[in-house]
Design a protein. Structure first.
Length: 95
């Protein structure tokens, strides 16, 4: 079995809408895999105006969260995630 070479850092983002019942399991699954592929990593959840307790559940996991106050559609959620990654990369390269 070959070992995977770890990348120095990795940001993973995913949008969610009314995923209170699923979001913790998703975060836990990412947390189990990411240390195997990245030296440093972060998970960012983009809550798209959920009306259930999705955002509360994310914050309980101490995960970075962005909140849209209304449904923004998949394209906008993806753009938010890409913007966050660009900012993170820019900050990391300036240090």
């Amino acid at each position: 079995m070959s070992r995977v070479k770890k990348v120095p850092s990795l940001s993973v983002f995913f949008p969610c809408f009314n995923e209170e019942g699923n979001v913790v399991q998703l975060i836990e699954q990412f947390a189990a895999v990411l240390p195997q592929v990245a030296q440093k990593y972060e998970v960012i959840v983009i809550d798209d105006g959920s009306t259930d307790g999705t955002l509360k559940r994310v914050k309980e996991q101490k995960i970075k969260a962005m909140e849209h106050h209304c449904d923004q559609a998949l394209q906008q959620r993806s753009m938010t995630g890409l913007f966050l990654q660009m900012v993170t990369c820019s900050l990391m390269s300036s240090n």
